[in-house]
Design a binder for this molecule. Structure first.
Ligand SMILES: *Cc1c(COP(=O)(O)O)cnc(C)c1O
Length: 372
């Protein structure tokens, strides 16, 4: 039970500190506000997180994914293998470029794409595999890259939840043809809104720069058809402040997760699994609860412990995907996706948690074991 003097612990807590505010004001006063020197510096700084790959900043993580698919030439007639246990953006962008998402199941332990399921989903139309590093845990990139190489497929990493996660020392966003990051306020770092594409290919990087700016590098010398997905310098300046703090925040998330995993002992709760060689950066700390999840979540909320389900409905069951698939007679068999969607609960793990907050979370979760 919460005593009346205890504030609820939010599930996520976006940070906008004095430094972020000062950076924004400094840029506003400078008059250079759109895709200027701050954006260039943000791209250069971020590239250190992705083994020095080219980085192209855009106005959201969704834009990053969208432009990367366009830059890779993925479009009508192509299939892209995606997880269904993800945020809808992953599959939305596939449809937006005119390609067909093919939904593959996940591994029960990591909630990321199952390499075996991916291999089984490959057809002559498959153009790309799009793993999501869900909750900040890297997907099985060694196996997925091998499958892609064997079948000559592009790999697009949705790293929107996984800033500075890694597998066997290689950072996410440095495996595939390209990777994408989101700087939405609830992510591990933010720029209010914003996104980044990383790629090892200078030509793709140049195409991305053209696409985000109406197809122009030089004004009115349009080379291709493009859009406006530019990032502002105000956003980039905030992103740079956050980038400098990301390492410390990530260490704190990992320490918070370690505390929770050590002390959560309820028999009907499974704590997160970290695959061998994986550097999990805990965008979410997600447990499985076997029992009445709605009742469990209500009890956590009552105890002042923020909680949420990412994601209650698998993407393939969302209307914009379900309806056309039904019409086309496409059925997906995704048992682990269904089980995860029914069982997961994400708990607070953000770097602003105090020791008392962590203790309260543990007590509330262990109490579920006694009472549900
Ligand atoms: C947040 C997120 C996106 C989209 O990022 P936005 O910046 O919100 O557009 C894409 N994929 C995943 C997995 C995400 O979590």
């Amino acid at each position: 039970m919460t005593s009346s003097n205890q504030q609820p612990i939010p599930a996520a807590r976006p940070i906008i500190g004095e430094e972020e505010i000062e950076a924004a004001v400094r840029v506003l006063r400078s008059g250079r506000v759109v895709q200027g020197p701050e954006v260039a510096a943000f791209e250069e700084g971020f590239s250190e997180l992705v083994d020095g790959r080219h980085c192209v900043a855009v106005n959201s993580g969704t834009s990053a994914l969208h432009l990367l698919l366009l830059a890779l030439g993925i479009g009508p007639g192509d299939e892209v293998i995606v997880p269904s246990f993800t945020f809808a953006a992953t599959a939305n962008v596939v449809r937006l470029v005119g390609a067909d998402p093919v939904f593959a199941d996940i591994d029960a332990d990591t909630y990321c794409l199952s390499p075996a399921a991916v291999e089984a989903a490959i057809t002559p139309r498959t153009a790309a595999i799009m793993p999501v590093h869900l909750y900040g845990h890297p997907a099985a990139m060694d196996q997925l890259m091998a499958i892609a190489a064997k079948h000559k497929l592009a790999v697009v990493e949705d790293a929107c939840q996984a800033h500075a996660a890694a597998l066997n020392g290689t950072p996410v966003g440095a495996f595939g043809a390209g990777g994408t990051f989101s700087f939405y306020p609830t992510k591990n770092m933010h720029s209010l809104e914003g996104g980044m594409v990383s790629t090892g290919d200078a030509e793709i990087a140049r195409t991305l720069r053209l696409l985000r700016n109406q197809g122009m590098e030089q004004r009115y010398a349009n080379e291709i058809v493009g859009v406006n997905m530019r990032l502002t310098d105000v956003a980039a300046a905030i992103g740079r402040v956050q980038l400098a703090k990301l390492g410390g925040w990530t260490d704190q998330r990992i320490a918070n997760a370690a505390y929770l995993t050590k002390h959560i002992t309820a028999p009907n709760v499974t704590t997160p699994v970290v695959a061998e060689g994986a550097h999990h950066i805990y965008h979410q700390y997600t447990i499985r609860f076997s029992g009445d999840r709605d009742a469990a979540m209500a009890k956590l909320t009552e105890a002042g412990v923020g909680n949420a389900v990412y994601y209650p409905t698998p993407v393939h069951q969302l209307k914009p995907f379900w309806e056309p698939d039904q019409k086309a007679g496409r059925n997906w068999d995704l048992p682990e996706t269904a089980r995860a969607a029914a069982e997961v609960i994400s708990l607070p793990v953000h770097p602003s948690l105090s020791t008392e907050d962590l203790e309260r979370i543990v007590v509330a979760v262990n109490d579920l074991g006694e009472n549900l």
